[in-house]
Design a protein around this ligand. Sequence first.
Ligand code: CDP
Ligand code: CDP
Length: 227
Amino acid sequence: QKRKIIVAIDGPAASGKSTTARKVSGMLGYTYIDTGAMFRCVTLKAAREGLLEKVHREPVVIEPLLSSLTIEFDRDRVFLDGSDVTDAIRDNGVSREVSFISSLKPVRDRLKEMQRRMGDERGVVMDGRDIGTVVFPDAELKIFLVADPAERARRRYAELESKHGAEGLPSPDELEQEIIQRDRDDRGRTHAPLRKHEDAVELDTSALSIEEQVDMVYRLAMERISA
Ligand code: CDP
Ligand code: CDP
């Protein structure tokens, strides 16, 4: 029986975190936890309860919503309070509001507690913005993925186009501006800002294929498991 570790993968939007985390978790037989999806769930719940506008003026209105919140992952699906929201949380409206909701301390505290519970037996690959710095600073392997913003916008565009077709999509330029703005918000916030932990291995994926980046992270994980 090999020892189980935690693999923390952080980085800016569309740097390849979830693609890498999903594949590496499959290869290791670990659970994959997409923490961005959890922040998106809170944002969707606030939108569905008609609270988005109000929470900008009065952030405390988010608190009652957090006490009743449940989030579950089942294979590739995400469930918010028991219903499947996998597609709904990728909505553009959610993407625009998620960085604001993620900047609120009660939201971060609640999700951190859930994330720590999900990883308490180790054997997880968790991706997000603050996994190596705040949620699991003791993760045996910390990865920080980066890539050129124009390349990240191209990837996001290709992904949206393959899912929904080209019609009605924001242009790659608009996507790039959105990505740059979200990165700036995530880096600039007070609570758990996006940054590289000093022990994290930084990988620039701009010129890597998915196979190459998966292979690099998998090798590092195998090294740490047998260390
Ligand atoms: O997939 P994409 O990079 O577009 O974003 P995501 O990983 O789904 O995360 C959406 C947003 O949630 C981020 O822009 C952050 O504002 C927030 N987030 C966070 O604050 N902390 C995390 N650990 C994960 C996500
Ligand atoms: O989770 P995060 O937002 O960091 O990125 P992602 O959703 O894993 O990746 C964004 C898009 O880039 C996906 O469609 C990937 O297939 C693609 N991609 C990649 O992740 N790595 C490459 N080397 C090339 C493309």
